[in-house]
Ligand binder design. Sequence first.
Ligand code: NDP
Ligand code: 2IT
Length: 459
Amino acid sequence: MENGQVQRVMEDSFMNRLKKNSPGESEFHQAVYEVYESVLPVIERHEEYRSNQVLERIVEPERIVSFRVTWMDDNGVPQVNRGYRVQMNSAIGPYKGGLRFHPSVNQSILKFLGFEQIFKNALTSLPLGGGKGGSNFDPKGKSDGEVMRFCQNFMLELSKHIGHRIDIPAGDIGVGGREIGYMYGMYRKIENQFSGVLTGKGVKWGGSLIRPEATGYGLIYFSQYMLQNIGDSLEGKTCIVSGSGNVAQYAIEKILELGGKVITASDSSGYILDEAGIDSDKLEYIKALKNERRGRISEYADQYASATFFPADRSADHNPIWAHKADCAFPCATQNELNAHDANNLVQGNVMLVAEGANMPCTPEAINILRDNGVMYAPGKASNAGGVATSGLEMVQNYSGSHWTSEEVDRRLQVIMKNIHDNCLHAAQTYNSNNDYMSGANIAGFIKVADAMIAQGLL
Ligand code: NDP
Ligand code: 2IT
């Protein structure tokens, strides 16, 4: 058989087995296939990865816990949700990864996120394994009291499975400072100890400065390094950002600081276009709107005459936010929010860089279109790794009982993002995929975890 045929046969049997073992988990299959395709050249070159069945082992979570969460709503009516923790891989460190509270949460989504987290965490160069968790609880429209009671009951069960040297959860969609606070308080009460079991804590009670900013800042540092690599910068670039939550807010902040212009922001109900640019005052408005008043992005257009609100059309085959002309695009909302149609629109608008703030926001077809058209593309597991990396820095501070300044944490974040950038390029080059950040990220992350798994024997 020729090389191409061998590859096709491996591909068919591996993916077929995966689909048979995890039926209906389409997001998980999608995430695995991307890594699988990137690391095939590595597997072909290294017999030890084949003989140790590393791929087959790495796609199987070490443990999944799923549990009932009951809580009382403000009307005195009992409510039931499902909670999860997917402990994906602990070969290079304790499980680490966020918690997502969103009605769409299911096992497939958490397995895809946990799987991505394995490689992302390896790329940070910190000793962090991969995990993810969450619940189908929807914090939207809930009172503070309801969110608190949900978080407390969620932690009542989760606390049995985590620990500061075992598994250290953090935030993700629907889980920010408020939720981490309620969960941390409950953990402390149950365990009777003050430990760094969660990251994203408030700075007055064990949190790290710059952790809230880290994912968005890291994304833009990474993008700046990509542009510097071709002798360019973000200065004067027009940017499209989706989302208006934690990642989007601090991505916008850093773009502005580096001299770029941002013309969009969104939430699940639609997006705003502000051709005059979202300046720092308008960004402060978005932060207050989203983090304090918990309002909708449409209100931005009521506040600023330069902006127009476009409601989301769930039946449309594309997302019109990506149809505006821009130099750079930063999807920072959720998975599969940018499809082939959207990628074609971006290419027609002459986009030069697409960097993922969200996890897996581009569909595989969209990624192919971007890469085929010479657009620089950064996969989330590399470009959004600044969040978990700074969680790692929070853990270091907690272990050592120290508290670093903003400047110190920010400096370390920049070094980490630069190393991830360089390691991706180096790994891509080693396997003849020059300047391909996706292959590079998957290969570099995979090799680190695979080698650790082999060294530690069959487990
Ligand atoms: P937030 O909850 O703070 O914000 C999420 C944003 O995305 C909101 O604007 C939300 O709108 C929008 N959104 C969520 N789900 C959907 C959906 N199904 N359709 C359209 N819009 C949606 O979350 P984060 O900013 O923390 O997370 C955003 C992305 O970044 C996620 O993919 C997350 O996994 C990833 N990420 C987060 C990190 C972190 O440190 N927080 C680290 C690395 C990656 P609405 O308010 O209407 O729901
Ligand atoms: O997707 C992610 O990397 C996160 N949600 C952050 C995880 C963390 O542990 O800080």
